[in-house]
Design a protein around this ligand. Structure first.
Ligand code: IPE
Ligand code: IPE
Ligand code: MG
Length: 236
């Protein structure tokens, strides 16, 4: 079953460069693709969508580009919130959001609060997100809980550790899409995608339409997920 799709939205800069446009034009067009992906999920009755919007490593980009990305984020948090809420979308943000500017942190908190009871889709936005940092923080929190005596070392299992991650209560992704032609995870959902189906496309993110989304969904349905077991077909 396809319950959760995660997307590494890559290729905005190259899309813009090919058109002799500034990188920010690619990010703007990319934000429209993110809106379309949310709509596609609702259409396909997919319950969870996680969008990789800004990685912990992306802080190292030129100051102007980081500023442009943060301003776009501000703009969309203001302009899209009402519409998302109307469409029954629940918003969640995962990542080291304490690194974001205070006004953005406030917008995020308000958006999560406003939409917390919505049920059509949970749209999870990964912002200032890095998997290694997430796992390191989880381990620190676990160590503290053991130290404080609130957690016993024997009680620590995979589910317990998952509850210390930013993605607490979100099921693991079934399908992970990366646009832009590169085939790597770039520090995204390393723990959570242990058995996720990976789908790579050359298509740049600003060109990722509903038709492209449907292609990825079809590819997912053509795969056999074995989770380390023998094929169901062989067992017959
Ligand atoms: C993805 O597009 C958006 C972010 C990482 C914020 P890029 O900006 O990485 O675009 P390319 O990979 O340089 O084409
Ligand atoms: C991954 O893309 C991060 C996001 C899409 C937000 P990058 O463009 O940062 O990844 P690399 O540098 O090509 O690995
Ligand atoms: Mg990139």
């Amino acid at each position: 079953m396809l319950k959760h799709v995660a997307i590494i939205m890559d290729g905005n800069g190259r899309w813009a460069k090919a058109r002799h446009l500034p990188r920010v034009a690619g990010h703007k067009k990319g934000a429209e693709s993110a809106k379309a992906a949310i709509e596609s999920c609702i259409k396909h009755k997919i319950q969870y969508l996680t969008l990789y919007a800004f990685s912990s490593e992306n802080w190292g980009r030129p100051e102007d580009e980081v500023k442009d990305l943060m301003n776009l984020l501000r703009f969309y948090l203001d302009s899209e919130l009402k519409n998302l809420h109307k469409n029954n979308v629940r918003l969640r943000f995962v990542g080291d959001t304490a690194k974001l500017e205070k006004d953005i942190q406030d917008k995020i908190t308000a958006a999560e609060k406003l939409t917390e009871n919505n049920t059509a889709l949970t749209a999870c936005i990964a912002l200032s997100y890095g998997s290694r940092q997430e796992i390191t923080n989880a381990i620190k929190a676990v160590a503290k809980a053991i130290n404080d005596g609130t957690l016993k070392i024997n009680e620590l299992d995979e589910d317990t550790l998952s509850n210390y991650l930013y993605t607490k209560n979100i099921p693991d992704p079934d399908l992970l899409i990366r646009t832009g032609g590169d085939q790597r995870l770039s520090n995204f959902l390393l723990w959570q995608s242990a058995y996720t189906e990976l789908y790579f496309t050359e298509c740049f993110w600003p060109e990722f339409t509903e038709a492209e989304f449907t292609k990825a969904v079809e590819a997912f349905h053509s795969r056999e997920r074995r989770f380390g077991q023998t094929s169901v077909k062989e067992a017959i």
